[in-house]
Design a protein around this ligand. Structure first.
Ligand code: FBP
Length: 548
């Protein structure tokens, strides 16, 4: 393996651990828990894993633990720090008992059912410490939800002598981990299941999970790029940059990047939904800011657009839900139509008249992107819809009209960008390197004490790592019932941006100033070595949320 000088230097970095994990650990049981909503239904569905107490680790006396053999799965989109979760888990189970073994299931959850695995030994692990990516074992989006899959997985675990599985994933994957834990416990199978909170999107968080890993690094990478673009915009003074940012439904990434870089405009999908803003309202707002800046002689600026925006605009939300049903029902007919134009006509004729009008008013490329395949969870693949280009076209048309009415006298030059994949596999920031290693190590302690149906939890993360609080949270505690594919299902509640939360409030206090005046911040690249106030800073979101 050829390595860059930074990779070599980073390999030697020792992640910081919470004080309680530095020696032997005592587990303190808290109060019994209940789910965030729909308690009776969730309890009925999870009779063996519901109501378990929150666990907190403290320094304690060493106890003899037998060998633990663990299987680990990376599930869903990449997020910086995944390799460190695995490294922490590896070091943790070896500290419990040096004969313990770690197996990595390859290519995501399908590795478990297809029995594709590799034994992760120290010479493999050492190459991946503090590196980005999930390439140590690969990831995938197969859903583990059917009993046949659970049974196959159990046979494969038994064959390898595995007594615990660690699922590193987002809300959907951890929901499935919880169902798997309940199933294996009900069978008294002897296989425990522990989850770890992963996703750059930042939407897997709650009272006990302060942040999902990868959010910190991804936002810092995007903010560096946005800052660079802002410097360019402020130097050339001739372009408006429309920047779409990953994050699926939630706007956490767009909001965090806005707080880090102070762009002229940031759209927050959750606000769009709450205020029932139409696409036209959004375009009007952007065009008016552009006109105001033009009146001051500033024909440049930046606009941040959350990836999932389109799903929050009321008329588009109705359209997408009709399209989802239509595509499921008419899959066969649609697959026989070859030309895009005929596909669009077929779709237009099959929609309600309101949605048909909205659909027909869209540019052809956006109309085509809206009918691309759904992901395995039935979601529209928002990363493939070019909302940034759609907005540029609509804003340009509006500015043209404003000019005829003497309301705009500027020059509108535009550039479009989409930042997503650029940040998902970056070398983890110190925060993510430390947090992920701690999450993995925490998982090993939960396994060593026989727990199942828990998620690794590391809290108090705005304090120095030594004061972080490690422990476990029952996954059932995060669940509620939601309609999925036409059926009510128990799922982990997704955390969207809270409009009464501190990060959003901070943003609205400043947005008018940032819109008209040029108040850009240029964060620069992530620093891995240097003073702690530069290298170890958590996100603005976390800092504002925790300083309540
Ligand atoms: P998860 O962490 O929820 O799996 O998704 C992260 C993400 O990067 C989203 O922000 C994005 O919409 C999606 O993955 C893109 O998926 P893919 O990697 O399949 O293109």
């Amino acid at each position: 393996m050829i390595k860059s000088p930074l990779q070599i230097a980073r390999e030697a970095y020792k992640p910081k651990l919470p004080g309680s994990l530095k020696g032997t650990v005592k587990i303190v049981e808290g109060e019994k828990t209940k789910s965030v909503a729909d308690q009776a239904e969730i309890e009925k569905m999870f009779p063996n894993t519901y109501g378990m107490p929150i666990l907190t680790f403290e320094a304690g006396k060493a106890e003899e633990v037998p060998t633990v053999n663990v299987g680990v799965i990376l599930s869903g989109g990449q997020a910086p720090g995944g390799h460190n979760v695995i490294a922490g888990l590896f070091d943790g189970i070896k500290a419990l008992n040096s004969n313990s073994k770690l197996y990595g299931f390859l290519g995501g959850p399908s590795g478990l059912t297809d029995n594709k695995y590799v034994e992760l030994t120290s010479d493999i692990i050492d190459h991946y410490r503090n590196t980005g990516g999930f390439d140590i074992i690969g990831s995938g989006r197969t859903k583990l939800e059917k009993t046949e899959q659970f049974d196959k997985g159990l046979v494969n675990c038994k064959a390898l002598g595995i007594n615990a599985l660690v699922v590193i994933g987002g809300d959907d994957s951890n929901t499935n981990a919880c169902v798997l834990a309940e199933y294996y416990k009900a069978k008294d199978s002897g296989v425990q299941v522990i989850g770890c909170p992963k996703t750059i999107d930042g939407d897997l968080k709650n009272e006990m999970i302060e942040t999902s890993f990868g959010f910190d690094t991804a936002c810092k990478v995007y903010s560096e790029l946005i800052g660079n673009i802002q410097r360019d915009a402020n130097s050339a003074k001739k372009y408006w940059h429309f920047i779409k940012l990953m994050g699926r439904s939630a706007s956490h990434i767009a909001l965090e990047c806005a707080l880090q870089t102070q762009p002229n405009i940031t759209i927050v999908s959750e606000e769009v939904e709450a205020k029932k803003q139409t696409l036209d309202d959004i375009v009007k707002y952007i065009a008016e800011v552009i006109a105001k800046r033009a009146a001051n002689g500033d024909n440049f600026g930046t606009v941040l657009i959350p990836e999932g925006l389109i799903e929050f605009v009321p008329e588009m939300k109705v359209l997408i839900s009709e399209l989802n049903d239509l595509m499921a029902k008419k899959e066969a007919e649609l697959s026989c139509i070859e030309s895009s134009q005929e596909k669009r006509e077929f779709i237009s004729e099959s929609l309600s008249s309101e949605s048909s009008n909205v659909y027909s008013s869209l540019p052809n490329d956006i109309a085509d992107q809206l009918i691309m395949d759904r992901d395995p969870h039935g979601n529209v693949q928002v990363s493939r819809i070019e909302t940034e280009k759609l907005l540029i076209q609509m804003v340009a048309a509006r500015l043209k009209k404003m000019r005829t009415k003497d309301k705009y006298h500027g020059q509108f030059g535009s550039q479009n960008h989409f930042f997503g994949y650029e940040g998902r596999c970056a070398a983890p920031s110190n925060f993510d390197a430390d947090y992920c290693y701690s999450l993995g190590y925490t998982a090993s302690v939960l396994i060593g004490s026989g727990k199942t149906g828990y998620m690794s939890s590391v809290r108090n993360t705005t304090a120095p790592a030594d004061q972080w609080i490690a422990g476990g949270v029952p996954i059932t505690m995060m669940m509620n019932m939601e309609r999925r594919h036409g059926e009510m299902k128990p799922v982990i509640q997704k955390a969207l941006v809270e409009l009464d939360g501190a990060p959003f409030k901070k943003f609205i206090e400043n947005r008018e100033d940032w819109a008209v005046n040029t108040k850009y911040i240029y964060p620069g690249p992530i620093q891995y070595f240097g003073p702690t106030e530069v290298c170890d800073l958590p996100t603005k979101t976390l800092t504002l949320e925790q300083s309540k």
